[in-house]
Design a protein around this ligand. Structure first.
Ligand code: HEM
Length: 485
């Protein structure tokens, strides 16, 4: 402990005064990413805070974050050994385990498997897109049903089911009905996950919160339960796959992982448990993220009806009313692409990445950061960096279109929502296809309206993902092509 404190004192990083016991926990506020960006104005892009007894380095701003995660990619590629992280995916998670040779092998297999089932050739592309289109069509029907029985409804749960079904179809070759009880129960708890693993959550830095009854202890207990239930669900499905496994026929991603990881060579040290860990990670990562993206997009469509109309106009012009939109229309639907990028930038719905840690001592901007330091990477500050974006606080999809109405690829690529470097999201490509196809089909098929008796705000709750507060919409069919003979 002395050595550690000594190192910190010697290399003291700038940062706010930290109070005894709580450190800066009371200063984080409701929206820690905004607090972090404000602190950067005072202390610079790299500074330290203290949460409980843990020192944390916070990185802010477009150029600094790119420099850290690309030029010092390995040094910033660790994950802290938080207790909460150990409860995820039975302790064999890719996402919540630190950097090591074994982790690299595990991540590489997952990356290759995602590619094999979504983008490897025209057949896999087609089958992946078919899963998405099927879910989108289910959503259209379910939204119409909800509108006719309740008029106004909140779409979050249905969006989670759709996102879950797409990733389950890839992993297990099976989707679940919107009314499936086991599935509904499993998905009902996902919010708890985001609250506990989000940067700034206090369960890991103030372990003493576990010793007396308080809301944080309750949240952590239900977090552990939800991880256990979720992992049990995944393990059962993978076990069923093992029992009927045929090396000649790879039915889905579970089979692919069984083929590669169960039989992994001794050098990587990967075991059957890592097969289950990989499947559980992909399902977990693919649920809350994609559904939160869509949730914000529906909210923004009803908040800005004139933008919704522009999107409908372009889709109708490019696609017509005789067929549904597909991923092939992407290049011609620049306004929709711009709307998607602007939603990701403006909301920055994963405001801070999953916490990183340093794998060795590292020096950046002349500041020395010791090995095993927890690092928060403020993606929101990249997407709202005034050096980079004109009027960053304004929702304006047109910023991504050039004078010919085409997507400015350089600008859209500089939106940071999937992180960068060694810990970059491995589902970014499939996530983008999912969001594009679902949104295109929804806008083509339905006109969304807000509940005029309710004030529509963009207020949200903080966690790993930012979630809009409860809001209600209605969905009216725009002349369906789905049920035409
Ligand atoms: C990690 C964003 C969808 C799989 C991450 C991280 C972010 C992110 C910010 C953390 C990166 C870091 O810590 O630096 C998103 C967004 C998505 C999305 C915005 C949807 C719009 C998906 C999907 C999958 C996936 C669909 C897979 C099916 C993963 C995995 C990791 C990860 C496995 C852990 C990577 C690691 O720790 O090395 N994602 N993600 N994500 N994502 Fe995604």
């Amino acid at each position: 402990l002395w050595v550690r404190n000594h190192t910190w004192k010697k290399n003291k990083l700038p940062g706010p005064f930290a109070w005894p016991i709580v450190g800066n926990a009371m200063q984080l506020g409701q929206m820690p990413h905004i607090t972090f960006a404000n602190l950067a104005k005072r202390y610079g892009s790299v500074y330290q805070i203290k949460l409980g007894s843990t020192y944390i380095v916070v990185l802010n701003g477009d150029s600094l974050i790119r420099k850290a995660l690309l030029k010092h990619s390995v040094e910033f590629a660790g994950r802290p050994n938080f207790v909460s992280f150990q409860s995820v995916s039975g302790g064999t998670s890719i996402t919540f385990r630190s950097y090591s040779t074994q982790w690299k092998a595990h991540r590489k297999i997952a990356q290759a498997t995602i590619h094999a089932f979504s983008n490897a050739n025209s057949k896999t592309k087609k089958s992946f897109e078919k899963h998405i289109a099927d879910e989108a069509e289910e959503l259209v029907e379910s939204f119409i049903r909800k509108s006719s029985s309740h008029q106004y409804f909140n779409p979050s749960h249905e969006l989670t089911v759709a996102a879950a079904n797409i990733i389950c179809a890839l992993c297990f070759g099976k989707r679940y009905g919107h009314e499936d009880q086991e599935f509904r129960m499993l998905l009902g708890n996902v919010n708890r996950f985001s609250e506990v693993v989000g940067a700034g959550s206090l369960v890991d830095v103030m372990p003493w919160l576990q010793s007396f009854p308080n809301p944080m202890r309750t949240a952590f207990q239900s977090f552990k339960e939800l991880n256990r239930d979720f992992f049990t669900f995944v393990k059962e499905k993978v076990m069923e796959h093992r029992q009927s496994y045929d090396p000649e026929v790879t039915r889905d991603m579970s089979d692919a992982f069984i083929g590669v990881i169960d039989q992994a060579d001794k050098e990587t040290g990967l075991t059957e448990a890592h097969t289950e860990g990989a499947v559980s990670d992909l399902i977990g990562a693919g649920l809350d993220t994609v559904s939160t993206a869509l949730n914000w997009m529906l909210l923004l469509l009803v908040k800005y009806p004139s933008i919704q109309r522009k999107l409908q106009e372009q889709i109708d012009k490019v696609v017509g009313r005789e067929r549904l939109p597909s991923v092939e229309d992407k290049a011609d639907l620049a306004v929709l692409e711009a709307f998607i990028y602007e939603t990701m930038r403006f909301t920055s719905f994963i405001p801070v990445t999953i916490p990183h840690s340093t794998t060795s001592d590292v020096s950046i901007e002349g500041l020395n950061i010791p090995k095993d330091t927890v690092v928060f990477i403020n993606q929101w500050s990249v997407n709202h960096d005034p050096e980079k974006w004109l009027d960053p606080h304004i929702f304006n999809p047109w910023r991504f279109l050039d004078e010919n109405g085409a997507l400015d690829k350089d600008l859209s690529n500089s939106v940071m929502i999937f992180s960068i470097g060694r810990r970059r999201c491995i589902g970014d490509q499939i996530a983008k296809v999912e969001v594009f196809v679902i949104l295109a089909i929804l806008i083509h098929q339905l006109a969304f309206e807000k509940d005029s008796s309710q004030e529509l705000t963009l207020d949200c709750s903080y966690g790993l993902t930012l979630k809009p507060f409860d809001y209600k919409i209605s969905a009216k069919p725009r002349g369906s092509v789905l049920n035409s003979p």
